[in-house]
Design a protein around this ligand. Sequence first.
Ligand SMILES: Nc1ncnc2c1ncn2[C@@H]1O[C@H](COP(=O)(O)OP(=O)(O)OP(=O)(O)O)[C@@H](O)[C@H]1O
Length: 338
Amino acid sequence: MIELKDVRKVFPARGQAGEVVAVDGVSLAVDRGEFAGVVGPSGSGKSTLVRLVNLLERPTSGSVTVDGQLLTELPDEQVRQARRSIGMVFQHFELLDSRTAAGNVEHPLELSGVGRAERRRRAGELLDLVGLGDRAGARPAQLSGGQKQRVAIARALAVRPTVLLCDEATSALDQASTTGVLELLRRVRDELGLTVLLITHEMSVVKAVCDSAVLLDRGRVVDGGRLADVLTRPGSPLGDALLPAPVADAGAAHDGALLRVTVADRTPETLVLQTLIGELGLAVEIAGGSVETVAGGRYGRLLLRVTGGVAGLDDAVHRLRAGGILVERVAATAEVAR
Ligand SMILES: Nc1ncnc2c1ncn2[C@@H]1O[C@H](COP(=O)(O)OP(=O)(O)OP(=O)(O)O)[C@@H](O)[C@H]1O
C-alpha cells in the first residue's frame, strides 16, 4: 500500500554552505490495513520521511508508491489528485481558528466541490465517529487539545482517504488525551480499513498502537519489522528500545549465572520458571525485568539469576530455546551491573 524504495532527500544546509542528507536511502513497505510506526530521535529524518510519502517533498532519488500509484513518476497536477487519498494529521492540529469544528471538517470537502447539504451530513457523521457529535458548533479555542486532534482526524477522514499519515499526532497532548487519540486512530483503522503510518519519537506510542515499526537514525533505517517479531529477535535495536533489557543490581554481583529471557505473548514467564525450578530443580531469583502490553500482546524481559545446580544451566538454556523462548546467557554479573 505504501512502498518507498531507496529514498534519499538532500537539502541545502540552512544558512551555511553544504548540504544535509535528511533521508538516506530508506526502503519501507506498509501493507494495506497495517498500522505502522516510524520512530527515532530528534533530527533522524522522521518529518521529512512522512512528507516524502505524500510528496509534499519530492525525493532527491528513489521511488514512492502509494495505493498502487508510482507518485514519483507523476506530474504535480496528478500528485495533487493522488494526495486526496492520503489524509494527514499534524502535531499542532492546524485547524482554522475562525471556523467551528464542523466547519473545519467541511473544509476539504468544500475544496473538492462537494455540495453544502452533503458536506453537513458528512461532517456530522465524522464528528459522531470521533466522539464529538455534540461539539459541532464549538470553535477550536473552546476545545481541549485532545478534542482538537479529534476534529483534525475527522477532517483528515472527510475525503475518504485510504492512507492516514500522522506526524507526532500526540506529542502536544497530555497522557490521558494521548491514550484517547491513539485508541481512536486504532478504531478508525479497524472500522474504515485504513493504512496508517505514524511518526513519533516516543516508544510508548509505538507500543500502544503499531503492528510494525522502523527505527530511524540519521536518515537511515536501523531496524524494523512486525513488533511481535522484533521483540523476540536476539540483538534487535528496536526490540531493545521497545523493551529495554533489564540490568542487575551491582550490589548482588556474586555467585550464580545470569539468564536474560524474553517472554512473548503465548509463552508466559510461569512456563520459564516451571522449567527451571520445577523440572530442573534450579534455584531462581528474579534479578530484574518488566512485563508489558505491546501491540496487544504481553511481552517481557526478565533477568534471572540461577544458582544451585548450575551444572544444569546448559540443559536449561537448551530446553527453553527448544520451547521457542529467546534466552541469552549474560556473561558476568559485573558486566551488566549499573
Ligand atoms: N527544509 C530543510 N532544509 C534544510 N534542512 C532540513 C530541512 N528539513 C529538514 N532538514 C534537516 O534534515 C534533518 C532531519 O530533519 P527532520 O525534521 O526530518 O527530523 P525529525 O526526526 O522529524 O526531527 P524532529 O523530531 O526534531 O522534528 C535535520 O538535520 C534537519 O535540520
